[in-house]
Structure formats: structure tokens, C-alpha cells
Ligand binder design. Structure first.
Ligand code: ZN
Length: 516
């Protein structure tokens, strides 16, 4: 029986937002409790189910995950490592390998490349030097040479929104099974062309990602010795040397070296040729919303506000789009804002009034949002009507939604309140909840498809949930920490020069290659 140790470490770290992500911000699952997610929509759930199906004996170590946020405390990472090390070194009989569920863009205090550090520590454990290390990771990883050297085959998601997180984990398990069964040793080669794209440019439905993924599949088809080609879009809000676009190929060490290197060059060339399409920036919210009001459509207009992208680490309390809705007198509009303080006030009010009074309508003056990000104009004071309060728990409507890769099936928004001000319905949450599943609104007794405008704090990941109910989707620029205009960020560690931050000549490696 193949004994494989399983662990998960998942955090997308936004190094420009304030505050440190502490151990208490993570959901931590240890040992046998890992099996509880077997079969659910998360990548760990998929990997465990697939491995069990292949008859592996799973040694569960630890799974630690948190929503995207600021730099992770050193303590949180060391605590993770201690647990992993303890389990890894206590396994008495020999292990056949290591399987990991990673994000790939985690930064901790003093460690710019957490995954590289983790992988190199694994290699340093007695008996782990040549064990196969396989796993799955998010395509928003900032991949590094260290990650490539110390792993055998890490498999990236291929969809953004991440509808295939679970499926990718299953694919990685099957590749590992094939390698172990045939006694193949895989190696990973890696390249980081000088390109960084904002998240808005990394959707896989359009170029540059669509073209790159097509080429990756072609390469896999033509070269049997290359087991896996990964297109890694990168995560731009991390001031680390290797933030940005990269590619990896995982190949059989006996055959694939040359072809793997050539594939990386070909992918880099296509990325360079299509770099401008990936640098997707938005126009000011007031301009876009005014135009949308003039050119009204029958049905829902979804307005994405990438600068306050919760899935990218923003606090989700930005007031930019809310202000525009109120200023322009937009009717039948909605937006969700994370503001635990405002919710607590409303819950107290609801308790003081009692149910019958609530039903008749209660009004109060509230300060909403604008507390957590420096570029924001600050809280908006408004008189609101309180419509409802709830515990904020919901089951995913779409079990393949992007949110499943972060949270599994069940999402907790914390205590919630719904209020209305003029024509705008506002869902106030106590935990920043990425707008990736309609259950967020439906659980509050609200059908989001009935609005004329709905603001979502996302870049790309809302598409899966909202495209089916939207007549049109627009993107706007507001002040916030996940702005698509990368020149607004003071990068210090990022490798330079890099597109689009620096004026650049066509790089020397950018020659036509027979792959293309
Ligand atoms: Zn991602």
C-alpha cells in the first residue's frame, strides 16, 4: 500500500494591506479531522477522495487556510511547520510520497516565498530527500525557482474563476499514482518572464490566459514526456521578487529536459506578445455608471469593483461604488459591504425593537464602510431602513464555484443585516465574503437577479455566479488596495524591469521558437 502524507497550506498574501494575518485567522484542521472534508468541493476533499479510491494509505498531517489578507505572522507558519514535521517524522513505516494542497502566493514575516521554504524544509527531513512531492496549487501563485527545485510535480488550476480546483487536485493525485506505479521521477522547470498582470487580466475565458492555456494543452499533447504544463497567472499585490506571470513544466527526468525548456520559451513568447491584453485597467466608476444609466438594459447590470476585490485580499468595505450609486440616484441597486461594527449596531437595534416593530420598518442613521483601506474616502453616513438581520450562514448554490476552492461547501459571513438607503439595498456582513456564489443573497431572502444594478467586490471570480443572471457586466475603477493600476503600488522587492511598470525593449529570449 502506498503511504502518502497529506498537508494543505493555503493563503494568498496581499503585502500592501495593513495588518498581519495571525494563526487565529486561519482555519486549522489536524490529523484525522482532515478526512472530514473527503468528497466535498475543496481541492483537499477531492485529493483525499481520489487517493482513497486508488487505495493509498493517507497520513493526514495538517490543513491550514485563510481568506486572502495581509502578511502572515511568522508564528502562524512555524506552527504549521512544527505540526507537519511532527507527523512526518513520527511515521514509522516508510512513506511513498508527499501530497500538498497549496496556494502558492503566501508571504510570511521574513519569508517572501513560504511555499519554497516549506518545500525545501520537507526535502531537508531525514528520508524525504528523494520522495516524490506532488500537489495542486492556485493559478494565482507567485511561483519560484525554489518551489520548482524542491517539488516533483505541482499542478495548477486551469480555470479562473476556479471552477476546477477540486478537479485539478484529482488530476495531481492521478499523475502521482502514475509516477509511483511506473517508477518515474518527475522534475519541474520554471520560468518567470518579466510580466505582471493585475487580477482583472487573468480570467481564462479571454486572452492572454485563453491562448496560453491552449498552447499548454497542445504541448502536453505533442510531448508525452511532458506530463504537465502549468500557466501561472501570478498575484500582483505581493511585493516579492517573483510576483507575476510564470510557467512550469513537469517532465520525466529521463526524457523531457530539452522539450520542457523549449516549451517554457514558447509560452513566454506568447505571454510577451499578448502582454497588453493582460494589463486590464478600468475607467472611473462615476463615468461608467453614468453611461450605463443612459444606455439602460432590461435586466441586471453587474458592476465589478476590482480595487476592493475581497478574493484578492481587500477588506470589502470600500465605499467607492456605493457613493456613486447614491450620488447618481441609481434605483433598484444593491451592494454588499463588510462592516461588523454597523452589523452589531443593527443587531442591537433589532433586538431592542422586537419582531413586530421590525416588520413595520425601523430607521436609523449609520456610518457604513470605509474604515479599513487607506485610499478609501471613509465611512458614508446615511439614514437607512433596516430590512432584516441573520446569522449569515449559507450553503453554496454552486458547489463548483470559485468559493469552493477557498471554503468548501458552507460559508459563514458572520452576523448580517440588510438595509436600504434610497434606491440601494445594502447587505452588511461581519466577515468579508467574496461575491462568488448567489447563496450570499438568496440566504437573505433576496433574489439578486431582480436588481437593475449590483456591485460586486471582485475582479474575475464573480463571473461564474453572476454571468448567468447578468444582462451585462462592467468593470469600474474606485479607490482601493486591489487597484488594477499597478503603478499605484510602491514595489521594492519585485524583480525589475517588468511590464507594465517599466519601459522595456523586447527581451532577448523572445525569439520565435518551433513550438509556436
Ligand atoms: Zn486564485
Amino acid at each position: 500500500m502506498k503511504r502518502v502524507i497529506f498537508a494543505g497550506l493555503f493563503h494568498e498574501t496581499h503585502t500592501f494591506v495593513h495588518g498581519t494575518t495571525q494563526l487565529s485567522d486561519f482555519s486549522v484542521v489536524r490529523g484525522q479531522d482532515l478526512f472530514r472534508c473527503a468528497g466535498d468541493s475543496s481541492p483537499m476533499g477531492g485529493a483525499i477522495e481520489a487517493a482513497a479510491g486508488l487505495g493509498w494509505e493517507i497520513v493526514p498531517a495538517i490543513d491550514m487556510r485563510a481568506q486572502p489578507s495581509g502578511v502572515v505572522s511568522r508564528d502562524a507558519f512555524e506552527s504549521f511547520w512544527r505540526c507537519f514535521e511532527e507527523v512526518a517524522t513520527s511515521v514509522e513505516e516508510s512513506l511513498a510520497g508527499v501530497f500538498l494542497v497549496l496556494h502558492g502566493a503566501m508571504v510570511a514575516e521574513g519569508i517572501d516565498d513560504v511555499e519554497g521554504e516549506f518545500l525545501s524544509r520537507i526535502r531537508g527531513l531525514r528520508g524525504f530527500g528523494s520522495l516524490p512531492v506532488f500537489g495542486v496549487f492556485d493559478l494565482h501563485a507567485n511561483f519560484t525557482r525554489r518551489m520548482a527545485i524542491h517539488s516533483n510535480c505541482l499542478v495548477a488550476y486551469r480555470e479562473n474563476p476556479h471552477s476546477d480546483a477540486r478537479e485539478s487536485a484529482v488530476r495531481a493525485v492521478h499523475l502521482m499514482e502514475r509516477a509511483m506505479r511506473n517508477g518515474c521521477v518527475l522534475r519541474t522547470s520554471w520560468v518567470h518572464p518579466p510580466i505582471v498582470w493585475p487580477p482583472t487580466g487573468t480570467g481564462t475565458a479571454a486572452d492572454p490566459m485563453a491562448g496560453l492555456l491552449r498552447l499548454a494543452r497542445e504541448i502536453e499533447e505533442r510531448h508525452a514526456e511532458i506530463w504537465c504544463v502549468n500557466v501561472v497567472a501570478g498575484f500582483s499585490f505581493a511585493d516579492v521578487p517573483n510576483a507575476g506571470v510564470s510557467f512550469t513544466t513537469c517532465y520525466d527526468e529521463n526524457y523531457g529536459g530539452g522539450a520542457a525548456e523549449a516549451a517554457l520559451a514558447a509560452l513566454s513568447r506568447v505571454a510577451w506578445d499578448t502582454r497588453h491584453a493582460g494589463n486590464a485597467v478600468e475607467r472611473a466608476a462615476a463615468v461608467v455608471v453614468s453611461e450605463a444609466l443612459k444606455a439602460a438594459v432590461d435586466g441586471l447590470t453587474v458592476i465589478a469593483e476590482p480595487s476592493d476585490n475581497i478574493g484578492g485580499g481587500a477588506p470589502g468595505d470600500g465605499t467607492g461604488l456605493l457613493r456613486v450609486f447614491l450620488d447618481l440616484g441609481v434605483e433598484n441597486a444593491a451592494v454588499a459591504i463588510n462592516d461588523p461594527g454597523a452589523v452589531a449596531e443593527l443587531v442591537r437595534l433589532a433586538e431592542a425593537c422586537g419582531e413586530p416593530t421590525l416588520r413595520r420598518g425601523v430607521r436609523c442613521v449609520l456610518q457604513i464602510g470605509g474604515r479599513c483601506s487607506a485610499p478609501d474616502a471613509g465611512p458614508v453616513e446615511m439614514e437607512v431602513e433596516l430590512l432584516s438581520v441573520s446569522d449569515g450562514v449559507f450553503e453554496l448554490v454552486d458547489k463548483k464555484s470559485h468559493l469552493a476552492s477557498l471554503a468548501g461547501d458552507r460559508v459563514e459571513m458572520g452576523p448580517c443585516a440588510v438595509v436600504r438607503c434610497k434606491g440601494v439595498t445594502i447587505l452588511l456582513t461581519s466577515r468579508a465574503t467574496p461575491p462568488m456564489d448567489l447563496g450570499q443573497w438568496l440566504s437573505q431572502g433576496i433574489d439578486p437577479s431582480k436588481f437593475s444594478f449590483i456591485g460586486v467586490k471582485a475582479a474575475v471570480a464573480h463571473r461564474g455566479a453572476y454571468a448567468p443572471i447578468a444582462q451585462r457586466m462592467l468593470w469600474v475603477d474606485t479607490p482601493g488596495p486591489c487597484s488594477s493600476r499597478l503603478s499605484r503600488f510602491a514595489f521594492q522587492k519585485l524583480r525589475r524591469p517588468i511590464f507594465p511598470l517599466d519601459p522595456m525593449e523586447v527581451p532577448a529570449w523572445c525569439e520565435r521558437h518551433p513550438f509556436v
